[in-house]
Ligand binder design. Structure first.
Ligand code: SF4
Ligand code: SF4
Length: 156
């Protein structure tokens, strides 16, 4: 015979115990669709850093940076609740990355991901960036020594 039905888990328990407060360990910033060479170069720069992911969903492009919120307590509880930000209050444990995969078109996690994306899409303004990433990758794997670069504006 089945025992008494377990009580439904509340959001606090799910967030602090089950999930481990994942959404308190990064920030997400929306940015306009990259179009120019400079835009793609900036995306490349972001992706060269650890803990950075660039993604696109139906609302547009986002950059995610792994960084722990300073208000997060040792047991994954928010130490400033209920005075935390509206952005945090909008998170719902039934509709977040813990519950299931987010509705993203794709994710780029490194420079090579970006090169593959630009090559696949054949984006004209990203072509030079994809080539630069491939060249850098070859140089890295071959251990090519880099030349000394003079400071800009200072004659040698
Ligand atoms: S809202 Fe979702 S991702 Fe954030 S702590 Fe709760 S369960 Fe985890
Ligand atoms: S303020 Fe609180 S709820 Fe918001 S990210 Fe920081 S720890 Fe999490």
């Amino acid at each position: 015979m089945a025992g008494p039905k377990a009580p439904a888990r509340d959001q606090f328990t799910i967030c602090t115990q089950d999930c481990g407060a994942r959404c308190c360990r990064y920030i997400t910033i929306e940015f306009p669709t990259p179009r120019s060479k400079d835009d793609w170069d900036r995306v490349r720069w972001w992706l060269a850093h650890e803990g950075v992911v660039v993604s696109k969903d139906e609302d547009g492009w986002n950059v995610h940076v792994s960084t722990r919120c300073s208000n997060l307590g040792p047991r994954n509880a928010c130490t400033i609740y209920p005075h935390h930000m509206d952005t945090c209050k909008e998170y719902d444990a039934t509709l977040c990355e813990y519950t299931g995969p987010l509705d993203q078109e794709f994710e780029l996690t490194c420079e090579l991901d970006l090169a593959r994306y630009l090559e696949r899409r054949k984006l004209k303004r990203g072509r030079d960036i994809a080539r630069a990433i491939r060249r850098a990758e070859r140089a890295r794997t071959q251990g090519v020594a880099l030349p000394l670069v003079p400071l800009q504006g200072l004659p040698l």
